[in-house]
Write a new protein. Structure first.
Length: 125
């Protein structure tokens, strides 16, 4: 996949992808929820609240609230660390993986349209 982010194409890609996303019936995630979701799916586990807070440079309560929201959607789940029962691990779910795969397809389609100059459909008002 060729991603050309010159001449504000990165912003165009983000706009077109988000525009398509808000048309869908999926959830409207906050930036923090997106960052957390992408972190737990892209970076290798294990993921703890403390580790995620440090990685994203936010407080543990911020991570807890985002995990609560993602858990309610079925995109992430909490499990007890079997090696240290004091720790809670934040894990991926199949539903979250499917959601991100669909989002990635939307982004790839938007990228193709931008690179072929066919982004007029999304920019028409």
């Amino acid at each position: 996949m060729n991603i050309n982010l010159t001449e504000h194409n990165g912003l165009k890609l983000w706009l077109q992808t988000l525009s398509e996303t808000i048309k869908s019936e999926g959830p409207d995630l906050t930036s923090r929820q997106w960052a957390l979701l992408l972190r737990i799916y892209i970076k290798s586990p294990p993921h703890t609240v403390r580790g995620l807070a440090a990685a994203l440079n936010v407080s543990k309560p911020v991570i807890t609230r985002a995990v609560d929201s993602l858990s309610a959607l079925g995109y992430a789940k909490r499990t007890r660390d079997e090696t240290d029962k004091r720790n809670v691990l934040i894990q991926r779910t199949v539903k979250g993986a499917v959601f991100l795969a669909d989002f990635a397809e939307t982004m790839e389609k938007a990228n193709k349209e931008i690179n072929t100059g066919d982004d007029t459909a999304s920019s028409a008002e």
